[in-house]
Design a binder for this molecule. Structure first.
Ligand code: AMP
Ligand code: MG
Length: 331
């Protein structure tokens, strides 16, 4: 990656006024307001996202969390508000938040062009929903946003030379196992049980012209809060989750992760032990599970990644007013 790119990130006060930057910010404004409109139309209640707390999402594949002294206790900056979405289910059955997240991503993520260390998700959760319900909602939401933004921002997208198609529903679905087979045929071997590496995800994305789902990840690849398929009949593979990723086409990579949540205290403790989590850190979360929380499902869609996809940007750092990229000391 050229060092000029990163030098220019440090001079954001000079680049923010460029017409290409202003154009993207206008499209981003339309994206966020269309998401809000869509979700309000589906009777979601917008809540204010937490920014700090004693615990946050541990399932952040190689990134580091930020923790700091909070009046003598260790607190963390939200890497995602997943645990807080679950507790919200005791209060409101359909919620979303524009949630800021911090993840100190490994230095090599600079090369993926889709990782920031500070980003935002539209993070949503629905009580008593299944992961399939959430995939259906995700498809409608993405098609709604693209349709509306294409119309509202036709001038900006034309200047951007971005030809955007409204995807065809239902989107293609592969299980994790099927995705690994496709990768094998592309000459990329991923061992069962591992997260799909970033380069492999990009290779899969490149051979698609429409967004597609990957479902049913193995338990070892994901956080303890996803629900496992139950195997009462002995037919299903064991250790498979009711979860999904949505992948953008054309090499843009992952858009969304989500799934059904485990909400039973004993199961969560079992899973935390298996993934060697420090159980003592999860005080309020475990107390909440003991007190009882409804089952739920949900997902998070990265706002900067969505902006990058809609505008057809090469780099995610062009999809945010004040980009934070691993290792770059920008404003
Ligand atoms: P995750 O919980 O890691 O699946 O993150 C949820 C969503 O947030 C992803 O599907 C992306 O859209 C977005 N996201 C995750 N990590 C990053 C990052 N480092 N930079 C930008 N967006 C991200
Ligand atoms: Mg993910």
């Amino acid at each position: 990656m050229s060092s000029d790119v990163f030098e220019s990130l440090k001079k954001r006060y000079l680049t923010l006024r460029k017409k290409e930057v202003i154009r993207v910010l206008k499209v981003q404004d339309a994206i966020v307001s269309e998401i809000r409109d869509f979700l309000k139309g589906e009777c979601f209640v917008e809540i204010l996202a937490p920014i700090i707390g004693p615990v946050t999402d541990p399932g952040i594949r190689g990134a580091k969390q930020i923790s700091f002294d909070y009046y003598g206790a260790r607190f963390k900056v939200m890497s995602s508000m997943i645990l807080y979405k679950q507790v919200m289910m005791t209060s409101l059955p359909k919620i979303f938040a524009l949630s800021p997240n911090i993840r100190l991503e490994p230095l090599e993520t600079v090369k993926t062009r889709r990782h920031l260390t500070e980003f935002r998700q539209i993070d949503l959760e629905v009580a008593h929903a299944t992961y399939k319900d959430m995939m259906e909602l995700g498809e409608r939401m993405l098609c709604h946003i693209i349709t509306k933004v294409k119309h509202r921002c036709s001038k900006e997208l034309e200047e951007q030379k971005r030809v955007l198609k409204v995807p065809q529903k239902p989107f293609k679905k592969y299980t994790y196992k099927e995705a690994l087979e496709i990768l094998k045929n592309l000459g990329i071997n991923v061992n069962f049980g591992l997260e799909i590496p970033w380069e492999a995800e990009e290779a899969l994305s490149k051979i698609h012209k429409e967004p597609f789902w990957i479902t049913d990840f193995p338990v070892e690849a994901r956080g303890f809060y996803y629900m496992e398929h139950e195997d009462n009949l002995g037919i299903l593979d064991l250790g498979i989750l009711k979860d999904f990723d949505l992948i953008y086409p054309e090499g843009f990579g992952e858009a969304v992760s989500g799934g059904e949540r485990e909400y039973r205290y004993n199961k969560i403790v079992e899973r935390m032990r298996a993934s060697e989590e420090n159980i003592s850190e999860y005080g309020w979360y475990l107390d909440m599970l003991k007190a009882g929380v409804p089952p739920s499902a949900g997902f998070g869609i990265g706002v900067e990644r969505l902006t990058r996809f809609i505008c057809g940007l090469e780099n995610i750092w062009d999809a945010v007013p004040f980009p934070k990229v691993a290792g770059v000391l920008s404003s």
